[in-house]
Design a protein around this ligand. Sequence first.
Ligand SMILES: [Zn+2]
Length: 420
Amino acid sequence: MHPHGASFPTSVSAQAPENPLTGGSQPTCNACGGGELQIFYRAPGVPAHSCLMLSSREEALAFPQGNIELGFCTACGFIGNVAFDPGLNRYSAAYEETQAYSPRFLRFLDEVWEEQIERFGLGPGMTALEIGCGKGEFLVGLCERSGCGGIGVDPGYRPERTRSSAARRMSFIRDLYGPKYAHLQADYVCCRHTLEHIAPVREFVRLVRETIGERRHVNVFFELPDMERVLEQGAFWDIYYEHCTYFTRGSLARLFRSAGFDVHRLYKAYDDQYLMLEAQPAPGPTDAVLAQESDLATAASLVARFEQQVGERLQSLSDVLAQHRARGHRLAIWGSGSKCVSLISALNLSRGLGPQLVAVVDINPHKHGRFLAGSGLQIVSPDALRSLRPEVVLVMNGIYSEEIRHDLAERSLHPELIAL
Ligand SMILES: [Zn+2]
């Protein structure tokens, strides 16, 4: 499962000026354009992609690496990887990000569909535009339930995976979103788990605003990982190369306000893992009005102690795994997404540290038999655990612990679960 939802990266690289983040020695902020970024966290030599499905171990081991150097903008709170090189991006139909095989995730999607349709009165005769629609699950559900039409944009869209009664009201563009799509007209624009893959965020949000133009009734909905939780918990596995930008509620709202949106609602969802923003176009920049937007001081203090926090998390995880190793236990990791790739790399699990890693499991059948970038480990189905019988299973996202325990019990397996 992709830790961050059923969607897909886009880029405005065609029109974006040279990325200031990768420029000189004092990187400036890609969100406000003014602030200088203070580097506060480094992770060198990480796989450049973690959701790309690789068909051989050799390809996975030889996969290009990039560096992570997170910078914090003291002016607006934006966080970005200043070492990000968009040239390493390989987004294509081989990108496998969907989480729609998890019942827990499907329940969450249900809630988002229902809430969005009700809040914005989506119905027949209206059009929803989804930027970065991935395999299209979210847009399809929205159109089926509301009766509205839909336009989805994503280079990783796979038409053969769409089976829907709403299909004739929908169209898909297999491309990156960019200025050439500024003419698309919609009554509702959503963008889920995509912004974090985009480096020139200011250009991107301005392009979305431009696309809407004078259509002031349009509602905009963005969903992305919440960085506040990652900072608070020292959750280093949630920082990976594919995500070049990170937001808290305040920094996200500031970006939208500066681009000519009025932010109506800002909240967290999915056990506070996701950040949700609802906005409408305004004639120009708008002022902060929501209490959640004033988080700059909090973010700065979380950033200041993040490295130490990460060190503590890494140490305690290593200690637990060392105990299992001493007892001769076999380890399986459940969840083969980006978090998993980050963690294996940080803990050196593929290099014989920790207990013997016997399997990396995923419930998405499209991932079975494929290989993880960097470590070259093969992804297997939960059924493979019947014979491997691991004593301990590392759960990459604690929100799935219950369903994983259930899936294991169904196979008469009762290993100890360690949930992140
Ligand atoms: Zn800034």
